[in-house]
Write a protein that binds this ligand. Sequence first.
Ligand code: SF4
Length: 63
Amino acid sequence: MRIVVDRNLCDSQGQCAAAVPDLFDLGDDDVLHVLDEQPPEDRRGDVEVAVARCPKRALGIEG
Ligand code: SF4
């Protein structure tokens, strides 16, 4: 599983980071950082929550 971010859509407001803060973080630069782009399979549910919370449909899951 790989987390993909469409940077053309992401507004860096951080709803994903609020939902799953150990996988997504807004850095001091106010840019979204994915802290683990290939999380283990047991995190799929958390990633799906972040995807569902993204108002811009900027998050996706490959694999
Ligand atoms: S919720 Fe979506 S638009 Fe907002 S920071 Fe996360 S990926 Fe970007």
